[in-house]
Design a protein around this ligand. Structure first.
Ligand SMILES: NC(=O)C[C@H](N)C(=O)O
Length: 328
């Protein structure tokens, strides 16, 4: 049998409520990894499974130190010839961010699968046990070699880069707008229909092995009445880069744009993304091209932030950062 290591970080998959009908008022991350493994003895038919607890948090509290610790541990595990795949249990609020960060920093073609749940482990029809089983089956499958980091939930297998949370409470919360799923888990095995073309894992140029922090990058959200003040505030806080979550095809207010352009031209790169769920920002208005802004493509703002952080560990030249955003 293949060997699959499970790293637990917390989240609703490890959540516990006082009653089986309570699906919102629960303590996220209450239950340890061995209890989650014991709840799904069927996993033993598909892989040699063992777990370790690296954090016990609700994923809205995920932070850079924990993210780097996790990425380093995953790299250690995938470097071990006895390990065939890795599963990470994680809260769903930021699972897409952690998945994308690992997609950029794990140096291996072995399957790395993130999994969460929308109902706490104590709920009637908790989704965690089936999700965990399917994540292990996916991580154990040779078919998943070289596919990059994936998220497996609700029978769906999706690519870290394109997947986003789309529903605050429903079990069918993850999708990849316009891009679609990579495939499904059907009756105990992954069935793939497509692959992602962007660089990831073993093809990545980023190396976090010697890093213990990442450059500060803030996200500025556009809306009616947007002025320059939030941009000025994040610059004052020491942002080394800014991601704009624009209202449309990269669009921001003229007042915000003036300060963003100045920042971009003086060593604090600015990436234009959008809070519109599909279409991306590949090339925008002439004035933004002339300002030298970086276009995020269809990366959402929270993932553009992570890619910009990693890019800034190498360069702060917007042209080189644009090359990176076009490849990852
Ligand atoms: N469904 C979940 O996992 C939500 C939880 N707040 C978390 O992200 O940890």
């Amino acid at each position: 049998l293949p060997t699959v290591k499970i790293i637990a970080t917390g989240g609703t998959i490890a959540g516990a409520a006082a009653s089986a009908t309570d699906t919102t008022g629960y303590d996220a991350a209450a239950v340890g990894i061995q209890t989650l493994i014991n709840a799904v003895p069927q996993m033993k038919d598909f892989a040699e499974v063992s777990g370790e607890q690296i954090a016990k948090i609700s994923s809205n509290n995920m932070d850079t130190p924990t993210l780097l610790k996790l990425a380093k541990r995953v790299n250690e595990l995938v470097a071990d010839p006895k390990v065939d795949g890795v599963v990470i249990t994680h809260g769903t609020d930021t699972i897409e961010e952690t998945a994308y960060f690992l997609n950029l920093t794990v140096k291996s073609d072995k399957p790395v699968v993130l999994v969460g749940a929308m109902r706490p482990s104590t709920a009637i029809s908790a989704d965690g046990p089936m999700n965990l089983l399917e994540a292990v089956q996916t991580a154990a499958s040779p078919k998943m070699k070289g596919q990059g980091v994936t998220i497996v939930m609700n029978d769906q297998i999706s690519a870290a880069r394109e997947t986003t949370k789309g529903n605050t409470t429903n079990v069918a919360t993850f999708s990849a707008p316009e891009m679609g799923y990579l495939g499904y888990v059907v009756n105990n095995e992954p069935v793939l229909y497509r692959a992602t073309t962007r660089r990831h894992t073993f093809q990545s140029e980023f190396d976090i092995a010697k890093l213990d922090t990442l450059p500060r990058v803030d996200i500025v959200y556009s809306h009616i009445d947007q002025d320059e003040k939030v941009v000025e505030a994040v610059l004052k806080l020491g942002a080394k880069g800014i991601v704009s979550a624009g209202t449309g095809n990269g669009s921001v207010s003229d007042r915000a744009e003036a300060v963003l352009e100045k920042a971009n031209k003086s060593g604090t790169p600015v990436v234009l993304s959008a809070h519109v769920p599909a279409g991306g920002v590949v090339k925008s208005h002439a004035q933004y091209v002339n300002a030298g802004f970086v276009f995020a493509g269809n990366l959402n703002p929270q993932k553009a932030r992570l890619l910009l952080q990693l890019a800034l560990t190498k360069t702060n030249d917007p042209k080189e950062i644009q090359r990176i955003f076009s490849e990852y």
